[in-house]
Design a protein around this ligand. Structure first.
Ligand code: HMG
Ligand code: MG
Length: 303
């Protein structure tokens, strides 16, 4: 299969990136991060999550973040909504896309959203219907598709079953997520091909955490199957508080460097993204988490 000429990057640092930070980050910094990303040309930014503040305190200011960001025309601002309470808040905040998030593993579903997979589907149905009625885009995130921190191996059939349910609910996009970053290219290809047998490939995205350093290889494997949407996070921020041992998402700078080198367009200003990665890492008092971003920043400094 020919590689895509254009890849849509969904920038998840404001949500996946910051949700896992131990120290509370100010709303000002969150808003500035989203605004800088908008200016860099991202077509889709996952801005925040309307989840229970008891479960994920870092996202408690979701409404404020949404009210204060400057929206770039043409950019989709997505938010996580686990239930109707989250959906109603997202609707009031003017989200362009709501994300229901389930899992291919029972154990992770219980840990992350406190219910079984079947119960989660029942909870998502009204959210999906309300999103359709309101004319808002609907995305389904599917965790633990390449392995689970509690259950270990996850059968491909479990991934396909939930993906099918998401498609039946009318999801415009479905994220095949490697929550703990254990997937390797052969398995990634196998899972993506299996999902593509039941869902149009143009609706499938890859969401890879880079815990074991496999993400770039997995993105290439997924592109070879025809996937052309990937989730990334500046400076490799990220991780799910309910996935033991999970570290950040694949760094946006690394993915953009690879895609640019392969002649694949994203519409994003790479130099600005390097600056954003270094800026947010500085705010979090740590070195930049992108190899490409750090290399470029170092070469600029030595000029
Ligand atoms: P629960 O405790 O079973 O729900 O949590 P509940 O209905 O009993 O509600 C408990 C309290 O939360 C109540 O407040 C509700 O009002 C409140 P109280 O009456 O006790 O004062 N509440 C809410 N508040 C604000 N917004 C809401 C909301 N819902 C309930 N939407 C629930 C169930 C799903 C709410 C909870 O488990 C939850 O919020 N989980 C989210 C955990 C999370 O944020 N995980 C990280 C995001 S997922 C992820 O990172 C994976 C992903 O990146 C893909 C990948 O990498 O795999 C997407
Ligand atoms: Mg994630």
């Amino acid at each position: 299969m020919a590689l895509p000429g254009f890849v849509k990057i969904v920038e998840v640092s404001p949500r996946d990136g910051l949700q896992n930070e131990k120290e509370l980050i100010s709303t000002d910094i969150k808003v500035e991060l989203v605004d800088l990303l908008s200016e860099a040309g991202f077509l889709n930014i996952e801005a925040t999550a309307f989840v229970s503040p008891k479960w994920t305190p870092q996202m408690a200011d979701a409404s404020d973040v949404m009210a204060r960001i400057k929206r770039r025309p043409g950019t989709i601002y997505s938010v996580l909504t686990p239930n109707m309470k989250g959906f109603e808040a997202a609707l009031a905040a003017g989200a362009d896309e709501v994300v229901i998030f389930g899992a291919a593993s029972e154990a992770f579903s219980q840990k992350n959203i406190n219910c079984s997979i079947a119960e989660s589907i029942d909870r998502f149905e009204p959210v999906a219907q309300a999103a359709k009625a309101a004319g808002i885009r609907l995305r389904g995130a599917l965790s633990c598709t390449l392995g689970c921190p509690y259950q270990g191996e996850v059968p491909v059939s479990s991934v396909v079953d939930v993906a099918k349910r998401f498609a039946q609910m009318g999801c415009d996009e479905i994220d095949v997520a490697d929550t703990i970053g254990v997937g390797t290219p052969q398995r990634t290809r196998q899972v993506m091909e299996a999902v593509a047998n039941v869902i149009d490939i143009s609706k499938i995205s890859g969401h890879f955490h880079d815990t074991y350093g496999q993400s770039l290889a997995n993105i290439l494997a997924a592109m070879e199957v025809g996937v052309s949407i990937f989730h990334t996070s500046v400076s490799g921020l990220g991780g799910c508080p309910y996935a033991k041992g999970a570290s950040g998402n694949v760094a946006t700078e690394d993915v953009l460097f690879m895609l640019r080198g392969m002649g694949i367009d994203t519409g994003i200003d790479f130099d600005r993204v390097v600056d954003i990665g270094q800026w947010i890492a500085g705010h979090l008092h740590r070195p930049g988490g992108s190899r490409a971003g750090n290399a470029i920043a170092a070469s600029r400094a030595s000029r």
